[in-house]
Write a protein that binds this ligand. Structure first.
Ligand SMILES: [Zn+2]
Length: 421
């Protein structure tokens, strides 16, 4: 062989694998990706690899640049499209399968977590109302490695208007209903709120107006809402609100709420005008769409398809308009309240309002930014938590592919995936 050809071959080989023959750090695990989305706003990298050491990402990039010699493999997860782990910003741990968390067999709780969250790529969740002590017990057992699940942020117990439990919660167990806070004064509200935050809650959830049936609503007193947001913000934590309708959004704006946990449902009277959207954006509010909840609820109620379609279309339009105005969107589905755990329809509905990369942002970088954790999570980059999702197909081609999860990895640990083999 002529010497110049031999040199050319050597150069080609070197380009194909500049570093992959080098030893990986001790205890490293390698994940190979057909395509890697480092973040929603960066060009994807094809034929990539991610190196995980001690629950963190040690390296991520083109496979040829990653020192992978001797690394352990997650072979069953290799060959998919990899993104940062997803956050579902609206879940509830209120179903019977999560009850009795301090003593319930770990395998039962892990199975419940897998079914609702792990298998859908969620590595962080925001529980927007539940029994605080039970949810904190779940979080602690996950933290100890007994239960396999996501990182849990919780609002614990919400505050409701006086005599204002919403009609749709009245079927809950009486002992749960008896624990719900319906303060009559600022003092009562602050006592309940402080007990909730001192008990481990990461946010305050306010029900500013609640349906009572026959078109009637109960309203939280404005001084109670303001005092609750002031105290929560004083602790550096966010306030969530369930808006119900445009009137509820206005109350949330006045009270200084940070995150609206739903769009609003209606029949054409709920279009959000430019002035409302600008006020929300000026307050730096985040919006959790929960779009598939509307067809789920309205179809259960037996409403005609044209009404279901109109209400859903309105909610889609709210998301589109808010994102276009620069408002922050946080992915969320209300699973735990909603029994349908499959997020495919949520992605399909979101794709009517957002690009696939905007949806990826709502799952990754936007929640990381909202919780001031962008330096810790939300992207696939060196030094960040090894929270990863492996998808069977590229979500840029079809947003429904966000639901086709092959593996979920939380802090370097496989929380969902095919059996090894
Ligand atoms: Zn909910």
């Amino acid at each position: 062989m002529p010497a110049d050809l031999r040199v050319a071959i050597l150069i080609t080989l070197a380009a194909a694998c500049a570093a992959c023959g080098e030893r990986a750090p001790e205890g490293a695990t390698l994940l190979a990706a057909t395509r890697l989305y480092v973040s929603p706003d960066a060009e994807p990298i094809d034929d990539a690899a991610i190196l995980i050491v001690g629950g963190k990402i040690a390296a991520a990039g083109p496979a040829k640049d990653i020192a992978s010699g001797g690394a352990l493999r997650l072979a069953a997860c290799d060959g998919g499209t990899v993104t940062a782990g997803f956050q579902n910003s609206h879940v509830h741990f209120t179903e019977a399968k999560f009850a009795g968390a301090p003593a319930r067999p770990a395998a039962e709780l892990s199975a419940a977590m897998a079914d609702m969250l792990n298998r859908h790529g969620f590595t962080t969740v925001l529980d927007t109302t539940s029994n605080l002590a039970n949810t904190v017990a779940l979080r602690e057992r996950i933290g100890r490695g007994e239960v396999v699940g996501p990182r849990i942020l919780t609002a614990g117990f919400a505050l409701y208007p006086k005599n204002g439990i919403p009609i749709y919660l009245r079927d809950m167990a009486p002992d749960f209903l008896a624990m719900l806070s319906q303060p009559a004064s600022v003092e009562e509200a602050l006592a309940d709120l402080q007990a909730n935050l001192d008990g481990g809650a990461d946010a305050t959830k306010l029900f500013l107006m609640t349906p009572q049936g026959d078109g009637r609503y109960a309203f939280m007193q404005p001084d109670i809402a303001l005092a609750a947001t002031d105290e929560t913000h004083r602790r550096g934590l966010p306030v969530l609100a369930h808006p119900t309708d445009i009137e509820g959004i206005n109350l949330a704006i006045e009270a200084g709420v940070d995150i609206l946990v739903h769009t609003t449902m209606g029949d054409g009277r709920t279009a959000w005008d430019a002035a409302l959207i600008e006020q929300m954006r000026a307050k730096n509010m985040a919006l959790v769409p929960t779009l598939m909840l509307f067809p789920y609820e309205l179809e259960r109620a037996g409403l005609p398809q044209r009404i279901v379609d109109a209400a859903t279309g309105n909610a889609v339009e709210q998301v589109r308009a808010y994102a276009k105005a620069g408002g922050q969107i946080l992915f969320g589905t209300d699973v735990g309240y909603m029994a349908d755990y499959d997020p495919t329809e949520e992605y399909r509905l979101m794709a009517r309002a957002l690009t696939p990369m905007e949806i990826l942002a709502s799952l990754t970088t936007a929640p990381a930014a909202r919780w001031q954790e962008s330096s810790r999570r939300g992207r696939v980059a060196e030094g960040l938590d090894a929270d990863l999702v492996v998808l069977e197909a590229d979500p840029a081609a079809d947003a429904a592919n966000f639901a086709k999860v092959r593996c979920t990895i939380r802090a370097g640990r496989l929380t969902y995936g095919p059996p090894a083999g």
